[in-house]
Design a protein around this ligand. Structure first.
Ligand code: ADP
Length: 239
């Protein structure tokens, strides 16, 4: 029998009141894979990530992590089981870099927390240098790094990221992509919701969400060969 993928979302449907915005969404990831979820504004990317984490109820569908059903669990229990979520809003501007990381590591014993934060300062030297500075004083790129670092203080089994490029200039986008490449090389399983095709550089597979439905699922090579996707995301027509 083929091995069950590490993470599976099957037939996810979600709505805001009577407005249904996700329709039978299927996704899967093998352990250590990274997937990019492309979709224009309003396609349903944020809603999908929230549904996977339990921040939006699912009307229908199954969510499995390492074979265990998640769809009926509260958000805090999904986080405990290793589904972490990175958004820009996850960084507290008035807290220092170090305090933000301590919040990310709530529940760890003090010694483990300090050790883990020390390791993160090696991975993110900018954050180490600025450990006492308020998050509000960081550059846009550094704040994203802090958001990523905060989401992985406790190592995740699956890291969900909502538009890590939002609001960043191209130089900072490249820095964030490089950071995520490092996490990918460390074997972290990731789902990155993005409009920026640069994140495909680090993707093992790609999904396109269109009007709340998956309109493409496949490898990045297949995605780049798909004419409709090329027109929508790469600004180029057919062959
Ligand atoms: P994306 O992240 O791809 O931009 P969203 O998941 O934010 O898309 O939005 C998907 C759809 O759900 C859009 O039509 C949007 O208008 C609608 N929507 C998002 N948030 C709300 C909300 N809080 N109340 C009602 N409708 C919402």
């Amino acid at each position: 029998m083929p091995m069950e993928p590490f993470f599976v979302a099957h037939g996810i449907e979600a709505s805001y009141g009577r407005l249904q915005v996700l329709w039978g969404v299927d996704l899967e990831l093998r352990e250590g894979e990274s997937a990019v979820l492309l979709g224009s504004n309003g396609a349903g990317k944020t809603t999908l990530l929230k549904a996977l984490l339990g921040l939006r109820p699912v009307l229908q569908g199954e969510i499995l992590l390492a074979g265990q059903h998640m769809e009926h669990l509260r958000t805090d229990l999904r986080v405990q089981r290793g589904i972490h979520y990175m958004t820009e809003l996850g960084v507290f501007p008035n807290l220092s870099v170090d305090e933000n990381l301590q919040v990310g590591g709530l529940g760890l014993h003090h010694h483990d927390l300090r050790q883990r934060i020390g390791n993160l300062y090696e991975t993110f030297p900018d954050l180490g240098r600025l450990h006492g500075a308020p998050a509000a004083s960081l550059s846009g790129g550094q704040r994203k790094m802090l958001g990523v670092a905060k989401a992985i203080v406790v190592p995740p089994r699956l890291l969900l990221m909502d538009e890590p490029s939002a609001g960043l200039s191209p130089r900072y986008v490249s820095e964030v992509v490089a950071t995520l490449r490092g996490l990918h090389e460390d074997g972290i399983t990731m789902l990155i919701a993005e409009q920026n095709v640069k994140f495909l550089e680090i993707a093992d597979r790609a999904y396109v969400l269109d009007g709340g439905r998956i309109s493409f699922a496949g490898s990045v090579v297949e995605l780049e060969a798909n004419d409709a996707v090329r027109q929508a995301y790469f600004g180029v027509g057919g062959h």
